[in-house]
Each structure stands twice: as C-alpha cells, then as structure tokens.
Design a protein around this ligand. Structure first.
Ligand SMILES: [Zn+2]
Ligand SMILES: [Zn+2]
Length: 427
C-alpha cells in the first residue's frame, strides 16, 4: 500500500514536472501566444458556418485593434542586397498602441510591402535609417517622391546618421539633398496638378558615434542609438515605450555596446547573414570574399547566436539572409549550438505582437491589390508654383480630332457629378 502511494506521488510529480516543462516551452519558440490555458479546442457555441471564422493563425492587416499597451512589428524586408520576389531588403515597421508608427530602415523592395499593409501614408511619416547602404535605404527615394500621388499630405521625416569621422560630407543630409536634386524634374511636373504638400523632407542627422544617446523623444517613445561595427556612420537602434524595449541592429558585427544596452529586451532584431558556404555556393563569392563579408562586416549565424546568448532577449529575431528551405536548417543548427532561447528566423510579413506578457509570432497576409488610402487632410491643389510645363509647340501636337473626345469626357463627368470643369491643355 505504502509502495503504491509512493509510486502514485512519484507519477504525480513527474506529470506536474512535464506540465511545467511544456508550459515553459510553449511560449515563443513556436510563436504560440502566451497563456496556453485559454486556448479552446472547440468552436465557440455562437459560431456558425455563415459567420466570420472565430480564429485564424495569420494576421490580416487592418482587421485587428492594437491594444493601448501593445506593440506590433512587421518585417517589410528581411533579406539581402539582392532584388528578390520573396524577400525585400531590410525594413521593419513598428506600430505602437499610442498610435505612433516608425519605420526602421527602408531597403530595396520594402516599399511594396509597406503599401500592401493598407496604412494611410500620413501615418508612415517617420523613417529611421541605421546607415546608408542601399539594402537599408534604397526605397526611401521612391517612397518620398510617390507621396503626393499616393495621398500623403504631410512632410516625410527622416532620421539618419551624420557628422564626424573622416567623411562627414557623406552623412544623411547630403544624401537627402542629392536625392531632392535628383527629383527636381519630377517635382516640377507635379506642381499645380496634384496636392504636393508632402513634397517636403525633414531630415534630422543623429550623432551615430554617441553611445546610447537619445535621437528621438516624443509621446512617451524614446529611441536611442549605439554605434554599429559596420563602417563609419552606422548605428543600431533601441526603442523604448510603455515598459517595452525593442532593439534593431541594422548591420553590425557583435559589439560591446549592443551587449551592454540590449540585455533582456522584449524583441531583439539582429542581423544574421548567411553561412560562408552559402556565399561561396550560391552567391559565387570567392572563399576570401565570403569570409571577409561574414566575419569582418556582418554577423554570421554563429555570431548572432553568441550575441543572443550574451544578451538573453525575451524574443530574438534573425534577419538579413535568404531564408530558404536549404539555407535555414544549417542556420538554425549553428545558432542552437550556443543559444537556446526563443528565436524566429525572419521572412517578409512575419509579424510580432509584443506585450509585457510575451511575444506572439504570426505571418501577415498582405493585400496584393492595394490602392492608395485617403489623406488625413482635405485635398488642396495649390495653383501656380514652379510648375514644369510642356512647351506650347509640343502641346500643338495634340490632334484636333482628340480634342472633341476630351471635351466629351469633361461634359460626361460634369453631368454625372454636377460640376463645371473645363478642358484646357494650354495654361
Ligand atoms: Zn550595410
Ligand atoms: Zn545590410
């Protein structure tokens, strides 16, 4: 009897132990939401086949409220400096429960991803650049100039590294001035035909060499930068809001500032470039090129794992590699040799909901047929301005026969809408 009782207690202890183990391992790693006990395995009683599905394991942008104390992060670019349908280059959108949205880096290809989320551009007016490599800012130029045509009605604000070092003239302000010069022709053609209030760029250069210096503070949000070991004028960001902390590496080798200032952060997004062998076999790098890039400019998976093991974030994200069926296993194996915490290997549209209770990872389902959303202000077309005109002699090439067609378009439109617009080709 006594032996049976001991056996029973022993079994109970094992069972409780197993439950605690499972509980501890259900969070994070597999992207399961915290609070497993609340998950029901039966459909709610009121649900029927004619009602919207009560649960889905993906994120449909624009269909979920963000709670006041919640942060949502979406990978709008998780890849490499190589154009690729599957993965754009570095770009992460951070949405906060207070209504603020921040874009950390805007690498090539990321603009389409941002547009596919269905967010009015007026809310996407704060872009922070870690450095000026094209895989971190290549889409900024198009994002800026597309503003008026896609209903942005406020200036675009850009924070980027600047000043100091051996090439202070290569900072963000100089790059943005050159960008505006590049768009002089297009800017001239838009004036007078469309609401161009968004044709304004507010550039703030932050001191990339400061260690944990504040580069942004507003509405309860503080963003700091630390130097990145990745050429002069490169930095990493740390965002704090509402007791939540997010770190974003941009590109960097492991470094003491990251290790000191990102200890235990809620979400740690750090580069983890591909393995040297992948660089040789897939990118056709020479052995020396591969080793240089993977160990002296970027963090490879072994470096990433080591950094995560030294900083123990609540949730880690590895990005900046081609995340494919044949590259991922070796990456995971390498990271897991040194790091056993929760980690996601980013791909585009991966989304993280971050609260004090933990991190939930899903994949967002973007809208491939998106249209511009309305501006937050009433449209204004300022007449005059420095409009770049089509010369009269070129306009004279417009055939008289088509003139009648144009007039018909106007009369039809006016009749339909009760307006009195007039077709005039020459000013
Ligand atoms: Zn870089
Ligand atoms: Zn990069």
């Amino acid at each position: 009897m006594g032996a049976l009782k001991t056996l029973g207690i022993g079994a109970l202890v094992v069972l409780i132990g197993a439950m605690i183990y499972l509980w501890g391992h259900s969070d994070g790693r597999n992207g399961k939401p915290p609070g497993l006990a609340e998950v029901s395995h039966a459909a709610p009683k009121e649900w029927s086949p004619t009602k919207a599905s009560p649960t889905h394991e993906v994120y449909y942008p624009g269909t979920e409220d963000l709670k006041p104390d919640e942060m949502r992060v979406i990978a709008c670019g998780s890849g490499m400096p190589m154009p690729r349908l599957k993965q754009a280059a570095a770009c992460f959108l951070i949405e906060l429960g207070n209504g603020d949205k921040f874009i950390f880096d805007m690498g090539t290809g990321s603009m389409q991803r941002l547009y596919a989320l269905g967010i009015p551009l007026d809310y996407l007016d704060k872009v922070f650049l870690t450095h000026l490599h094209a895989d971190h800012m290549g889409d900024l130029s198009a994002f800026y100039i597309y503003g008026p045509q896609n209903n942005r009605s406020v200036p675009l604000r850009v924070w980027g590294p600047g000043g100091g070092g051996t090439r202070p003239e290569w900072g963000t302000k100089a790059a943005m001035d050159s960008m505006l010069d590049m768009w002089a022709w297009m800017t001239g053609t838009l004036v007078g035909t469309i609401d161009t209030r968004s044709m304004s760029l507010e550039v703030t250069e932050y001191d990339w060499s400061k260690i944990n210096g504040v580069i942004y503070e507003d509405n309860g949000v503080v963003i700091r930068s630390i130097p990145a070991v990745h050429f002069e004028q490169s930095a990493s960001f740390i965002l704090e809001w509402n007791g939540l902390k997010l770190a974003f590496s941009g590109d960097t080798l492991p470094n003491k500032w990251w290790i000191e200032h990102t200890q235990g952060v809620d979400l740690s997004i750090h580069e983890s470039i591909f393995m040297p062998d992948t660089a040789v076999t897939k990118w056709k790098f020479s052995g020396q090129e591969a080793l240089n890039a993977m160990t002296t400019i970027h963090a490879n998976p072994a470096f990433f794992g080591k950094v995560m093991a030294m900083t123990r974030p609540k949730h880690a994200v590895a990005y900046h590699f081609q995340n494919d069926f044949d590259t991922l296993p070796a990456t995971i194996r390498t990271v897991e040799q040194v790091y056993d915490g929760p980690v996601d290997y980013a791909r585009d549209f991966m989304v993280w909901n971050v609260t004090k209770d933990g991190v939930r990872t899903r994949i967002a389902v973007p809208n491939p047929e998106s249209y511009p959303l309305p501006p937050l202000q009433e449209k204004q077309i300022s007449t005059g301005g420095d409009r770049y005109q089509t010369p009269d002699w070129v306009l004279d090439g417009f055939p008289d026969e088509v003139d009648a067609v144009a007039k018909k378009i106007y009369s039809d439109f006016n009749e339909e809408h009760g307006t009195d617009y007039e077709f005039r080709l020459k000013k």
